[in-house]
Design a protein around this ligand. Sequence first.
Ligand code: ZN
Length: 347
Amino acid sequence: MNPLLPTSIVGSLPKPSWLAQPEKLWSPWKLHGQELIEAKKDALGLSAHEQRLSGIDIISDGEQTRQHFVTTFIEHLSGVDFEKRETVRIRDRYDASVPTVVGAVSRERSVFVEDAKFLRQQTAQPIKWALPGPMTMIDTLYDSHYKSREKLAWEFAKILNEEAKELVAAGVDIIQFDEPSFNVFFDEMKDWGVAALERAAEGLSSETAVHICYGYGIKANTDWKATLGSEWRQYEESFPLLQKSTIDIVSLECQNSHVPLELVEIIRGKKVMLGAIDVASNEIETPEEVAATLRGALEFVDADKLYPSTNCGMAPLPRQVARDKMVALAAGAEILRAELGQSRMAK
Ligand SMILES: [Zn+2]
């Protein structure tokens, strides 16, 4: 059972410096072969431990076994050639060298199920597993086979659904799909993006979540944010569709962002994983600041549906900063619980 205002991180945590170069996306692994397999497992266990110590309620894997939230999943699929690389513009924002889809895509074996089983052994608390959403996957690839973003997204949705079902069987309580693309490609999202997401989540007995954000705190994203004006109303495009969708939880960015809180009203009825921790700044929020952000949201979401969280993944941050931010998140939620007359312990 979750306490009121159950806290969780969106996804990634920084990796230990013995595993990969810190504060860097797509950071190469420092070890190889069996050593790497063991080291990833150790980091996964450590990340769960640190979340628990910080007072986080819903435990994630911290993405310790993945180099990147999209590409690591794709690497495990057939039909994608990682040697054949093309430069594409990711989310209309920055160029990256990405692999090419050269044939029919399929998942020959599970990608994360062994990791999820291991995480399940680390804690009796609920666990959450993030997967890339279909639309965000196609945006991180060059397609020379399907030649249709919609068709490829649909194939990915079917593959994601297979993986998600196995993760739930391994004991995962919440499956989260990361769809930052929903903040960029509005027409495609409306035409087929939400339908593809629902296909990925079809028939899951766990809770399901979709995370839509303005991205990691890297330069390409902060530069883009600077062009968005004083009010960020991108969620206005996706929220009406998500409110009507089969997805249980919507995860959004809020702290230090220019998202008007009243947009949360559009998804009334859904659970809201509200970002109360900025991942684009090393400054640690105070528990009072976290509580104030959450308190502000209570006007638009019922307390029993509010899930305090981070704005996005914390992979690019220094480790201690990420730890301190998790502690602040848990402490801020506790302040608000006390105000609502419920402490974490009393449930
Ligand atoms: Zn994010």
